[in-house]
Design a protein around this ligand. Sequence first.
Ligand SMILES: *[C@@H]1O[C@H](CO)[C@@H](O)[C@H](O)[C@H]1NC(C)=O
Ligand SMILES: *[C@@H]1O[C@H](CO)[C@@H](O)[C@H](O)[C@H]1NC(C)=O
Ligand SMILES: *[C@@H]1O[C@H](CO)[C@@H](O)[C@H](O)[C@H]1NC(C)=O
Ligand SMILES: *[C@@H]1O[C@H](CO)[C@@H](O)[C@H](O)[C@H]1NC(C)=O
Ligand SMILES: *[C@@H]1O[C@H](CO)[C@@H](O)[C@H](O)[C@H]1NC(C)=O
Ligand SMILES: *[C@@H]1O[C@H](CO)[C@@H](O)[C@H](O)[C@H]1NC(C)=O
Ligand SMILES: *[C@@H]1O[C@H](CO)[C@@H](O)[C@H](O)[C@H]1NC(C)=O
Length: 503
Amino acid sequence: MRLVPAGRACLFTTLLFLAPGSTVDISVLVLLPVESSYLFSMNRVKPAIDYAIQNLGQSRLNFSVQYVDSECGNKALFNLVDISLLQKPDVIVGPVCDYAAAPVARLASHWNIPMVSAGPLASGFTHKVPEYSYLTRVSPSYSKMGEMFLAMFQRYRWKRVALLYAEDFEERTCFFTMEGVHVAFSGEDYQMHSFVIYDQEDQLDHIVQQVRDHARIVIMCASSHSIRKIMLAAHRQGMTSGDYVFFNVELFNSSLYGNGSWKQGDKFDLEAKEAYQSLQTVTLLRSAKPEFYKFAADMRNRSRHHYDLTSEDDNVNMFVEGFHDAILLYAKALQEVLKQGYSKTNGSKIVQKMWNTTFEGIAGQVSIDANGDRYGDFSVIAMTEPRTGTQEVIADYYGLNGTFEVRPNVRLLWANGMPPPDEPSCGFTKDHTATCKSCGLGESAVTGIVVGSLLGCALLLAFYLFRKKYKITIERRAQMHEADNGKHHHLREDSVRSNLSAA
Ligand SMILES: *[C@@H]1O[C@H](CO)[C@@H](O)[C@H](O)[C@H]1NC(C)=O
Ligand SMILES: *[C@@H]1O[C@H](CO)[C@@H](O)[C@H](O)[C@H]1NC(C)=O
Ligand SMILES: *[C@@H]1O[C@H](CO)[C@@H](O)[C@H](O)[C@H]1NC(C)=O
Ligand SMILES: *[C@@H]1O[C@H](CO)[C@@H](O)[C@H](O)[C@H]1NC(C)=O
Ligand SMILES: *[C@@H]1O[C@H](CO)[C@@H](O)[C@H](O)[C@H]1NC(C)=O
Ligand SMILES: *[C@@H]1O[C@H](CO)[C@@H](O)[C@H](O)[C@H]1NC(C)=O
Ligand SMILES: *[C@@H]1O[C@H](CO)[C@@H](O)[C@H](O)[C@H]1NC(C)=O
């Protein structure tokens, strides 16, 4: 066994202190996919890890890094085990893919090996004890994004939402993204309705119609191609005049995932431009500082010289940045631990030093919460020039203090001057079959219906004043909640089961 008894470990490190020239060898195992279609593929991340290690400065740490293919799947676990038969690594860096990371994180906890990664982003990994207790995530997870939506909804006083996502049954990026929102919202008494797109041509018109009957605020995750089709369908159904708000989650706005612009050079461009006035895009808040530009230039240079990567703008994304900072964080924690006289094999001490801390990353401050997950900062982008169709950042969310701030001087944010209510004044037709089934009747009945529905609304108002509506709403909500739970039971169970079945 490699574990040194505590007494000998102390003696060992004391000896190191006595000999200032000596170094501590650290073996790092990096588990990432070699396949270059990922934003966090080996080719993209390797230069960043090399850069971080080269720039650690005066340090007694002698890193030797082994890069191994995770194949974004079970191979990550198998490779970890195979390598550990010879020698266990001191630290595991990666994987990012949720299904690859889950079993690796379990084994890392079992072996007391710190694991730092710019992923996995799924909410399931928030529950660190007992399975993932050695996992530190240096990129904001989907639950942090969910907290951003929660802060936004509280600000705009929305409590009802449609979640619309594309399901691929493989890496399930959009499923996990929406799960983050769902987890954040289910702590509150919010009404959620989820809608799944199973394939790109999957009757988007029909889905949009269903969304229309259930919610006015829509959070979406799908390819930019599908998003455009959804927005066009919404436009055809009259949902883009300000009563509905659509959010598109596009954390990495990378051209790898397609061109997110309304403008595609086809005959729908004009309609799409109008429709996109109702669309806001949620992305990561990126920061930069002089050091970052040097880093970015170096990354471009290295990938041009050493790797087969040609695209320029995609080289430095959140993952590349995150893995750089993961090395910094680990090295910083390790140095503290060594200084205090513990050994590099004391994984729990090192993990403890990495959590609940703030340090200077390559692009700005990085804060890790007391649970070992990075706080996330996000931006919201919207169209502010309807004529030209240009978009800009209109609001930001800061995870550390949990504030959602609309940028000053943002013009034309809402069509009606303020955020639309999340329900029509008379409720959704599906909810109020008794009071509002008027919709769609002939001209002759209109007057009577207007009076009737006015009376209905007045009655509701009266109920409200007498605080009876409160009770009605609670009951209705409880029913909806049950139905909703049915759908989301599936969602949650899947996420748990998938973690289990990957082991
Ligand atoms: C650093 O580690 C490598 C591989 O373990 C070893 O070959 C090398 O001698 C070490 N360098 C120093 C300065 O200890
Ligand atoms: C996405 O694009 C917007 C506008 O071009 C930019 O402000 C933002 O920083 C980008 N986000 C990411 C994560 O690259
Ligand atoms: C998307 O495509 C449009 C039209 O082809 C182009 O004008 C725009 O610059 C592209 N945007 C990005 C981010 O590539
Ligand atoms: C880019 O890489 C080449 C070869 O590795 C090196 O000679 C050059 O100085 C580098 N340039 C920058 C700006 O880092
Ligand atoms: C790590 O250090 C703690 C003291 O804080 C000690 O209780 C524990 O046994 C050590 N673990 C190892 C593996 O040395
Ligand atoms: C996190 O650190 C701060 C001081 O840096 C401390 O006051 C706080 O109790 C710590 N939180 C946890 C949960 O350890
Ligand atoms: C929250 O943090 C951000 C960034 O650190 C800062 O700009 C903002 O003023 C803070 N807001 C509050 C209310 O403290």
